[in-house]
Design a protein around this ligand. Structure first.
Ligand code: HEM
Length: 154
């Protein structure tokens, strides 16, 4: 039951991460290229994106150590390295996503420290875009695009 809830949240939250990531990056790019003032809405967009990433990290870590899917992988990590789909979840997914989360946070933090609004937008735009590219590359697109508490899977 808990696993169903966690995997559902991890699945759905992926779409929220993408929507708010694209929104935050688009606002930052538009502010940078259009030399716009930095607004509280820009700050909120970045905060939502990084908060959703933190939530994904939290759920992901719990899934990593408790999911029945991960159990055989963790019990024989060496053998999992020889199986590309198991290695993806054991190492590649986690490593790329953690890197993306760190890059998004660094982008937001450097943006806050920048002198001037255009520099703020520029740093946020670069950090959020690099994070988004990593996220898009590390999402397991072969898995369900949507699942809802075991009631339906797409
Ligand atoms: C932006 C961050 C992340 C995104 C967008 C993301 C996205 C996804 C998606 C879409 C799935 C497939 C869900 C399904 O089968 O319905 C998945 C599975 C999984 N993710 Fe992530 N993930 C992220 C971060 C993480 C992190 C940081 C970890 C671990 C530390 C993690 C661990 C896992 C595990 C173990 C599974 C397989 C779970 C299972 O099938 O029981 N994820 N992730």
């Amino acid at each position: 039951m808990l696993q169903t809830v966690l995997i559902t949240l991890h699945n759905i939250s992926r779409w929220l991460v993408l929507v708010f990531g694209i929104l935050a990056a688009a606002r930052a790019f538009s502010g940078w290229r259009g030399k716009k003032a930095w607004t509280p809405a820009d700050d909120r967009a970045g905060m939502l994106f990084t908060s959703l990433l933190d939530l994904q990290l939290l759920i992901g870590v719990v899934l990593y150590f408790t999911s029945p899917f991960m159990l055989p992988i963790l019990q024989n990590f060496g053998a999992a390295m020889g199986n590309s789909s198991q290695r993806f979840f054991a190492v590649e997914h986690v490593f790329a996503m953690i890197l993306a989360i760190v890059v998004a946070h660094i982008g937001r933090s450097l943006s806050k420290k920048a002198a001037g609004d255009v520099a703020r937008h520029k740093r946020a735009a670069i950090g959020f875009t690099v994070a988004l590219v990593l996220i898009l590359a590390a999402i397991p697109w072969s898995r369900p695009l949507l699942q809802f508490f075991g009631l339906f899977t797409l």
